[in-house]
Design a protein around this ligand. Structure first.
Ligand SMILES: Nc1ncnc2c1ncn2[C@@H]1O[C@H](COP(=O)(O)OP(=O)(O)O)[C@@H](O)[C@H]1O
Ligand SMILES: [Mg+2]
Length: 390
């Protein structure tokens, strides 16, 4: 049952909640085409000759390492099948299975669902696997995800060694097994020499942090898959991309999208808007803003108040709109308004300390103007906090 089913029934902004799950593999992986092609190039010899291959996928959190490896294995399996070759794959998360035994068991249960979970040595398990692959005339791709955890825990790279020697025994050596290692860190440094000698150092596939616009298109895809048409405000994808671009992390971006949607549902609203995104982020990072606010003088607080008021229904406000709102706020609080130059200077300061985020608008709008948003906290909450302070 999905997490969402726990909420009271009613209208929901979601049409398909499952696609926000981290296990979900979308049909397309925007911005990972070249890496997918690279993997195909590395592994394609398996499909038509008696060889094995290996590769190492590396990159920071949320850059799509896991999803890319799944996508590759699924597509490669299809590709090989069309050429008459049986390719199987097993993906092992080594954070969850951090002993050699647990890894072998996961692989074996792919072929024998009831393989006993104790009583067999690694060598015996390797032999069982070999028999299985020979019987099924299959070539197996083993994906060891987060392999650094396993290597660190076991303090050896024996299992990599076993796998890499798997192919070389016997007289009529059959190449039965290939390996994909995944890790944020460069695990090749963690392998001991014998394992390393069998590992092709050239086959490294690097995944870089996603740029802001790449995150945006990944979000666009998920929004379309997960939400009812028009249930997500236009600024939502923009705001989440801005926030997540600091880390280039698609996982964080999708998490914010999911939380924002849940907040809309909880508030019985039909449209996910930038306020929900800010609230979703605030759930993750809340106390930071509070301490920053304390240090601001009255003028700066009034400017911030004006910005939060003009942001309540949208992702961005312009400096022009903010300044107009600022004039109104000054009247309300019977404060003397600062001049334009001073106002700009303070905006810049607020941007520098990270309370607001300013960026140049993209082409298409009339000229370019500066767009302001508040990344960390819902505008409404910020306004209330400032009200109390003023
Ligand atoms: N290029 C992409 N297109 C669509 N979704 C992506 C892409 N890259 C990552 N994702 C999604 O972002 C989340 C994190 O990706 P994941 O593969 O788990 O990252 P990593 O393993 O590098 O930490 C997953 O939900 C994944 O589906
Ligand atoms: Mg991963």
């Amino acid at each position: 049952m999905s997490k969402y089913a726990a909420y009271p029934r009613g209208k929901s902004v979601f049409k398909n909640y499952k696609v926000l799950d981290f296990d979900y593999v979308p049909k397309e992986l925007p911005h990972r085409d070249s890496q997918l092609k690279r993997l195909f190039t590395i592994f394609s010899p398996i499909a038509d000759s008696n060889v094995s291959q290996n590769a190492f996928l590396t990159g920071p959190t949320g850059t799509g390492k896991t999803v890319l490896s799944k996508k590759f294995c699924m597509e490669f399996q299809d590709f090989a099948r069309k050429g008459g070759k049986n390719v199987q794959f097993v993906l092992v998360n080594c954070r969850q299975r951090n002993t050699e035994n647990a890894v072998m068991l996961k692989i074996l249960t792919h072929f024998q669902p009831y393989f006993p979970d104790r009583g067999f040595s690694i060598n015996e398990m390797m032999e069982s696997l070999r028999k299985e692959l020979e019987k099924e005339k299959a070539h197996l791709i083993v994906v060891l995800d987060e392999v650094d955890v396993l290597l660190k825990k076991t303090k050896s790279s024996d299992i990599i060694y076993h796998f890499s020697r798997f192919n070389e025994e016997g007289i009529e050596a059959k190449k039965l097994l290939s390996l994909i290692l995944i890790s944020q860190k460069n695990v090749l440094d963690m392998l001991d020499l014998p394992s390393l000698s069998t590992f092709k150092r050239g086959n490294i596939v690097k995944l870089d942090k996603y740029a802001r616009d790449e995150l945006f298109s990944i979000l666009e895809q998920r929004i379309e898959l997960a939400f009812h048409p028009d249930a997500v405000d236009l600024g939502v994808g923009d705001l989440i991309s801005d926030i997540a671009s600091e880390w280039g992390d698609a996982r964080f971006a999708i998490e914010l999208l999911e939380k924002a949607g849940m907040l809309a549902d909880e508030n019985k609203e039909q449209i996910v808007n930038p306020e929900h995104v800010r609230a979703a982020k605030a759930e993750t990072y809340s106390t930071v803003t509070e301490s920053k606010l304390k240090d601001l003088d009255k003028n700066r607080k009034l400017i911030l108040m004006a910005i939060s008021r003009s942001l309540k229904k949208k992702a961005y406000t312009t400096t022009g709109d903010a300044e107009k709102m600022y004039a109104l706020v000054c009247e309300e609080f019977e404060e003397k308004k600062l001049g334009h130059t001073q106002f700009w200077k303070y905006l810049k300061e607020l941007d520098d300390v990270g309370i607001i985020q300013a960026k140049k608008s993209s082409k298409g709008l009339v000229g370019t103007t500066t767009l302001i948003s508040i990344p960390d906290i819902p505008a409404k909450v910020l306004e209330e906090k400032l009200m109390r302070m003023l």
